[in-house]
Ligand binder design. Structure first.
Ligand SMILES: Nc1ncnc2c1ncn2[C@@H]1O[C@H](COP(=O)(O)OP(=O)(O)OP(=O)(O)O)[C@@H](O)[C@H]1O
Ligand SMILES: [Mg+2]
Length: 364
């Protein structure tokens, strides 16, 4: 696959000033986003998923800055943009974001319709009348029944799932090239989550945008993504296709994440959870950040940061276990035969099963 690279981050770091201290939230990350793909970013809370993608739209809080590295999009160096004005043609228009809580993106005292139309008038220079028609059409396409009636309603008259559909409609009103979905379904109940995921997939086929999908739910990843980037303590520690990450994971942190898949726990039994906590990012991390929690850690893991090793053309892993001198370590038994468990299920069935607590572990 010789896809076009639409966005590229190179050796990117992000720091936050917190009183007199500096928190190193993103530490030297490189990432290529390919046109029309869905890239999932996974990792525990605080690993840097949101901060990394906020740099793509210049939305870091004011105490955040990029001390080194660059972000290139469509010939523009985004990491050089400073003022809001410089982001005008890009943020929302070319690169749009959907957040977890739709209420944060909607104005509670304006009608749903006017909020969509506003964007269409602003970005497309359409007349108010034209904008209304486009808005109603978009509302229908994102699955709002009776869109022409509901155009005049307010956000509080919509359910959570319907509000998220509206946020998606607003994001798509600008025909963005890249849609960043930052845990867009986490706040919704399970059946609605699956519907919103299906909607995003359908719209992506229709509008052909590139998607970055942030989640800490690996079930969602299997259902929606082409490629996966696994983040830990401000770094991407493994990246590959969904197949690479599920069936041939190389980093012990990825092993741990996979071991905590809900479907692998005994029904009613305890889920595997990763013991320990990530390191403080106020201090320089020495060695592999995961070492203290890693049962496979070697001496070198505590001393030297591993490089990104190439596993295959599509697959990279930042662990000393990939060094030819390392002893052989086998992934945990629990995740040995994920392939067989997933193979027969279509992606849609995987989503359904994850949301309905289906029993993949027994292969049913
Ligand atoms: N404005 C800020 N000031 C100081 N620290 C921040 C700020 N924003 C984020 N951080 C820190 O940066 C790190 C990465 O945060 P980020 O929000 O990207 O995590 P995340 O992976 O998105 O987590 P979650 O899954 O909880 O959303 C965390 O340690 C967080 O506390
Ligand atoms: Mg986040």
């Amino acid at each position: 696959m010789a896809e076009k690279i639409i966005l590229k981050a190179e050796n990117l770091s992000v720091n936050f000033k917190v009183r007199k201290r500096v928190l190193k939230a993103i530490r030297n990350v490189s990432l290529e986003l390919r046109e029309s793909e869905t890239l999932a970013i996974v990792g525990e809370s605080g690993s840097g998923k949101s901060v990394l993608t906020k740099t793509f739209t210049g939305m870091l809080e004011s105490n955040g800055y990029i001390p080194e590295g660059r972000i290139e999009y469509n010939g523009k160096i985004l990491s050089d943009l400073k003022k809001d004005k410089e982001w005008d043609g890009i943020r929302g228009k070319e690169i749009a974001t959907i957040f977890q809580d739709p209420m944060t993106s909607l104005n509670p005292i304006k009608t749903i319709g006017s909020q969509i139309s506003e964007v269409i008038v602003k970005h497309h220079g359409a007349s108010k009348k034209e904008a209304k028609q486009i808005a109603i059409d978009l509302m229908s396409r994102t699955g709002i029944p009776n869109a022409d009636k509901r155009y005049n309603e307010y956000p509080f008259q919509y359910s959570g799932g319907m509000r998220q559909r509206i946020v998606i409609a607003i994001a798509l009103a600008c025909r963005p090239k890249i849609l960043i979905c930052d845990e867009p379904t986490t706040a919704l109940d399970v059946t609605i989550q699956a519907q919103i995921l299906d909607l995003i997939k359908e719209l992506q086929e229709e509008f052909q945008f590139t998607t970055i999908f942030i989640t800490h739910d690996l079930g969602v990843v299997a259902a929606i993504a082409d490629r996966v980037a696994v983040m830990y303590a401000g770094q991407i520690i493994e990246t590959g296709t969904v197949e690479d990450i599920f069936y041939n994971p190389k980093h012990p942190y990825t092993w741990s994440l996979l071991s905590s898949l809900p479907q692998l726990g005994e029904r009613g039994g305890d889920l595997f959870s990763i013991p320990g906590t990530p390191p403080s990012l106020y201090h320089d991390v020495i060695g592999d950040a995961f070492a203290p929690r890693n049962p496979y850690a070697m001496e070198i893991d505590f001393k030297e940061e591993p490089p990104m090793f190439k596993v295959s053309d599509s697959h990279y892993a930042k662990t000393w276990l990939m060094d030819p001198r390392a002893p052989h370590a086998e992934k945990p038994e629990l995740i040995q035969n994920l392939h067989e468990r997933f193979l027969e299920l279509s992606k849609h069935e995987i989503t359904q099963s994850f949301y309905e607590g289906g029993d993949l572990a027994s292969g049913k």
